[in-house]
Design a protein around this ligand. Structure first.
Ligand SMILES: Nc1nc2c(c(=O)[nH]1)N[C@@H](CN(C=O)c1ccc(C(=O)N[C@@H](CCC(=O)O)C(=O)O)cc1)CN2
Length: 292
């Protein structure tokens, strides 16, 4: 078997056209274009590239974006003061602080300081709570990208066994919530699946993974998921972004898994591009919620 490729690059592009149409309709109706403020601290090359792509995405769909690039030694209080200003700026609908942060700045303090109505990453505890309760204000970008990638490729989820390997706040936990939740009008990203969350301390990880009709790997360990861990015909989504040889990005899934899986979302070209498109979708939603 050679797995069907779940092409995130192409789907992200299709969804951007849909978002651009919604933005154009808003501006034609005399509304302010959605605007995203992006805060980048320091000179991490990968972070700078992600931020560039986020701004490029904004331009592509007709949204405004502002980059606040702060030096690596920026103090936490300086960053919090900037966030205060952005929280009250009516042109700014979404605020994003690129992670990871330098060590003098507490991630938790920053996550709490982004106004929950502008928190397009959906990291603020208020938004985490709303998601957990099944009434998300914003759906976190990477998990939402995974759900769209599977749905738009007709991978069945309702009633299926989904195994999420990884328990991070950004991917594993929120994705497990979406996968287990009932699909409702308030929560169309709910998937009605039966969900197992596994991680590096799970005994016999291979046996747990082999149960999956849909297997999602989000651990951050290159090549962790090998062909013997995958049920024949399963859909496999790779969310890993690990540094490989010659500056290449490597996923958590061994490429040989393509010989066993029915469908495979690769790295690069799978969930990554979807993450940025879902950020644009959240910025549009923030503008709709804030400005009507
Ligand atoms: N504030 C946030 N910080 C971080 C997030 C986030 O969602 N919000 N996630 C990651 C980084 N990230 C977005 O910020 C991100 C990672 C990867 C990609 C992507 O498109 N990857 C491409 C490959 C790119 C390459 O070759 O280098 C792919 O997978 O095809 C987009 C966004 C941590 N920080």
């Amino acid at each position: 078997m050679t797995a069907r490729v779940l092409d995130g690059k192409q789907l992200a592009q299709t969804m951007r056209v849909e978002i651009a149409a919604a933005v154009a309709a808003r501006t034609a109706a005399g509304k302010r274009p959605p605007g995203l403020a992006v805060v980048l601290i320091g000179d991490n090359k990968a972070s700078a590239a992600y931020v560039r792509n986020k701004q490029k995405g904004c331009a592509e769909v007709g949204m405004g974006s502002w980059l606040h690039h702060l030096p690596v030694h920026t103090s936490e209080s300086h960053l919090l003061a900037l966030l205060d200003t952005l929280n009250t700026d009516p042109a700014v609908h979404g605020i994003l602080v690129q992670l990871p942060l330098p060590p003098q700045i507490r991630e938790d303090a920053v996550i709490h300081a982004v106004g929950p109505r502008k928190d397009v990453d959906a990291f603020h505890p208020e938004n985490v709570g709303l998601l957990a309760a099944g009434f998300p204000r914003f759906v976190p970008c990477t998990p939402h990208g995974v759900v769209h990638l599977l749905r738009r490729n007709d991978v069945p989820l309702a009633g299926r066994e989904v195994v999420v390997v990884g328990r991070s706040n950004i991917v594993g936990k929120p994705l497990a919530l979406l996968m287990m939740q009932k699909a409702t009008t308030a929560n169309p990203a709910g998937c009605d699946a039966t969900v197992t969350v596994a991680h590096t301390r799970t005994p016999d990880l291979a046996a747990v993974c082999r149960r999956a009709d849909v297997l999602v790997a989000a651990v951050g360990r290159a090549g962790l998921i090998t062909p013997d861990m995958v049920k024949s015909g399963a859909a496999v989504v790779d969310v890993g972004t690990n540094p490989g040889a010659a500056g290449k990005l490597v996923g958590d899934v061994d490429p040989a898994v393509a010989g066993v899986a029915g469908a495979l979302s690769p790295v690069p070209g799978g969930v990554g591009p979807m993450t940025i498109t879902m950020l644009l979708a959240n910025t549009l939603r923030a503008a709709e919620l804030l400005d009507g």
